[in-house]
Design a protein around this ligand. Structure first.
Ligand code: PHE
Length: 351
């Protein structure tokens, strides 16, 4: 039986060598110290031994049991230490590393200028009025006094959307923000048709034209339209408003110039320019002759007032419209309009 104990001890210690994790350690404990282990078998046969054998075998059996328990404890400690070391190494967190910087987004330069313009016009009492980008020929042209086939339409050669059976009133991507004038006036005048309220709005948004793209032309661009309608509004109100806008945007010394022009929906009409702030009006590569062309303007044509529900005998008004990118180009010295929608971060991150 002493032989058997020796074998039990040897086998157990040898098996323990191969134990490297908690699960197999537990399996080892069951096999070598558990109820049906070789060791317990010796204990269970204890009663069959003679008086002389009992103390010898008993002492030995207890020694083996203690030795195996001690080995088990030591192994268990080793395994726990190894696991701890492993996790410390693997899950190491170096708190001295600087954090990763989150790339911060920003507003598109076009949006920045739009918001600045809303502020400028907001200070002058204009509200922002949003109008649709997909229009009918009627709103984009006819109600603005461009009859079907009128040669002034050529300036705004554009995209038509195929829609069956619409005859002379096809669907069109708006070529300018001016159709919003009609939508706004009709909405305002409907509130009180006998005595329509005054209008003072700016209408921003994307416009579309079939263009040969180059540094100054894009097939889509943002415009800002302005419209003021009320009793007794004059051309000097228009001049004052646009000159004030130029000063608020470019500084007190900014000067504006109006040149006679033609638009079917304004009468009289004028192109308006701002004195080039880059060269101070002397003339430079950006402006040419010292003035920067900004956009069109004029007194709202009586036909347009009427189409909007405003009696042209009682009401007058002015309107203007310009390209927002054009203002951004002036303000930031951008020399190619195609950068705006090119989505190149090297461009966008500069603003
Ligand atoms: N809608 C005109 C254009 O796009 C600009 C304009 C607006 C002119 C309002 C006069 C009055 O060219």
């Amino acid at each position: 039986m002493l032989e058997q104990l020796k074998q039990v001890e040897e086998d157990a210690l040898k098996a323990l060598q191969a134990v490297h994790d908690e699960a197999s350690l537990e399996a080892w404990r069951v096999t070598h110290l558990g109820r049906s282990s070789g060791l317990m078998e010796v204990f269970s046969k204890f009663g069959q031994l003679s008086k002389e054998e009992k103390p010898v075998v008993g002492q030995r059996a207890n020694e083996v049991k203690q030795a195996l328990e001690a080995a088990f404890g030591a192994r268990s400690e080793e395994i726990q230490q190894a696991a701890l070391k492993h996790s410390l190494e693997q899950e190491q967190l170096d708190v001295t590393l600087p954090g990763r910087r989150l790339p911060l987004g920003r507003l598109h330069p076009d949006t920045q200028i739009q918001r600045e313009l809303y502020r400028v016009f907001g200070e002058m009492g204009f509200q922002v009025y949003r109008s649709r980008e997909v229009e009918s020929d009627e709103y984009n042209f006819q109600l603005l006094n461009f009859p079907v086939g009128h040669p002034a339409r050529d300036m705004q050669d554009t995209y038509f959307i195929e829609a069956e059976g619409r005859g002379d009133n096809p669907i069109v991507m708006r070529t300018h923000t001016s159709p919003g004038q009609i939508h706004a006036m009709r909405e305002y005048s409907a509130r009180n048709p006998q005595d329509p309220p005054p209008v003072r709005i700016v209408l921003p948004g994307m416009c579309y034209r079939y263009e040969q793209t180059d540094a100054r032309h894009e097939t889509q661009f943002d415009q800002l339209e302005g419209l003021a309608v009320g009793p007794g509004i004059t051309f000097s109100d228009l001049k004052g408003t646009l000159t004030d806008m130029a000063r608020r945007l470019f500084g007190q010394q900014a000067r504006t110039r109006f040149r006679a022009s033609f638009f079917p929906f304004t009468e009289p009409s004028a192109e308006f320019d701002i004195e080039c702030f880059l060269c101070g009006g002397k003339g430079c590569p950006v402006c040419g002759g010292g003035w920067l062309e900004i956009g069109g303007s004029g007194m709202v044509h009586p036909v347009v007032l009427e189409n909007g529900g405003y009696d042209p005998i009682r009401y007058t008004g002015f309107a203007f419209g310009f390209g927002i990118q054009r203002i951004a180009m002036l303000k930031y010295g951008i020399n190619d309009i195609r950068y705006f929608w090119g989505n190149d971060l090297r461009f966008l991150e500069q603003f």
